[in-house]
Design a binder for this molecule. Structure first.
Ligand code: SF4
Length: 348
């Protein structure tokens, strides 16, 4: 009989599984603490569980773990990118982003991605599979273990994959990350980044969870956005923006729009005016970043002067905008430039 992946169980699921194994419900709390607060990799060290129960659990459950294939640490800012191997030998990335007194982690939610955004390093590999909740949690456990002195306070679901395309596993993982007996990370310190999956946004809106939502916008023009973010053909701006408006209205939360500035595509003063008009009245902020010509082949970075005009035009039109410099540029511009820079913004 295959063993059950214990970290893929919700807390209630673990209570039921333990009950079936003849253990009292309160044991779930203890096991949760061992698995997530302590990062236990086996049942042997769970010293407050009776020997008999530990033995039983070993026979029923499996504790997954990730192994490191590669890592790169930025000399400039300590950003560390990990290439991690899943138990089925697929690989994902996680990124550790240290600040002075705290740190963020950027997490993958799928192996590959089906959405093929024009600028994304994950896109050419296509979609392989969803990550299980246990695998998402393992990313956090791995990064935390590798940076034992860091205080991880923020999580951003902005790595490989579209989080809202793996909704149930994502939400299961978020609930465990938020659980005081597990990671105890505040929901407001977790950000889900979507390319604009409207049904997922609507589902999220109805959850009693204070997570942050970030939408990759990149253009206020339907045609341009469809080229950069092809899911725009299915969920166009004319539906996405009202959905965002409704999201902020119903949740009372600010929505963040991500915008990569690309020379000749979306970075003119006219583009900024169009964007300001599109977002008028939405409780939002805009994060801009210049594209990186190394990682985004075929695209060019606008001049500093053009960037200044773009940002100023948004501000002059009442949009709350932050322009960010990328982090970790020296570790792998070909893969992480976009995401790494955005993670930093979202952790602030
Ligand atoms: S940007 Fe996100 S949604 Fe778009 S292809 Fe890359 S991983 Fe997928």
């Amino acid at each position: 009989m295959d063993k059950t992946d214990i970290k893929n169980l919700s807390k209630d699921g673990l209570v039921s599984a333990l009950k079936s194994a003849g253990a009292e419900a309160y044991r779930a709390k203890q096991v949760f603490r061992w698995l997530y607060a302590s990062g236990a990799r086996s049942f042997d060290g769970m010293s407050d569980l009776p020997d008999g129960l530990r033995h039983k659990l070993k026979g029923i459950f499996h504790i997954t773990r990730l192994t490191m294939l590669d890592s790169r640490k930025s000399k400039a800012d300590g950003t560390t990118k990990y290439l991690l191997k899943l138990e089925d030998a697929n690989a994902i990335e996680a990124v550790f982003l240290p600040e002075e007194d705290r740190a963020s982690v950027c997490l993958s939610t799928q192996v590959g991605c089906r959405f093929a955004c024009a600028f994304c390093a994950s896109a050419p590999f296509g979609f392989i599979r969803n990550l299980k909740a246990s695998e998402i949690l393992d990313e956090v456990l791995f990064v935390r273990a590798d940076n034992p002195r860091a205080r991880i306070t923020n999580l951003v679901f902005m790595g490989i994959g579209e989080p809202l395309d793996n909704y149930d596993n994502l939400l299961k993982a978020i609930r465990i990350l938020n659980d005081p007996d597990a990671f105890n990370i505040g929901a407001r310190r977790m950000t889900i980044s979507t390319c604009g999956i409207i049904p997922g946004m609507k589902k999220l809106e109805r959850e009693a969870l204070q997570v942050e939502l970030s939408v990759s916008l990149h253009s206020a023009d339907e045609e341009v956005r469809s080229k950069l973010v092809p899911i725009n053909n299915k969920y166009p701006l004319k539906e996405l923006i009202p959905a965002c408006r409704e999201y902020t209205g119903n949740t009372g939360r600010v929505i963040t729009f991500e915008y990569i500035l690309i020379k000749g595509a979306n970075a003119s003063r006219g583009d900024a005016l169009k964007l300001a008009k599109l977002l008028k009245g939405i409780n939002c902020k805009v994060n801009t970043i210049a594209c990186n010509k190394v990682s985004m082949k075929g695209y060019a970075e606008p001049s500093s002067a053009d960037i200044r005009v773009f940002v100023r035009t948004l501000r002059d039109n009442g949009i709350n905008v932050n322009h960010r410099k990328p982090r970790g540029e020296d570790i792998d511009a070909g893969c992480g430039q976009l995401r790494i820079s955005r993670y930093r913004t979202l952790s602030e």
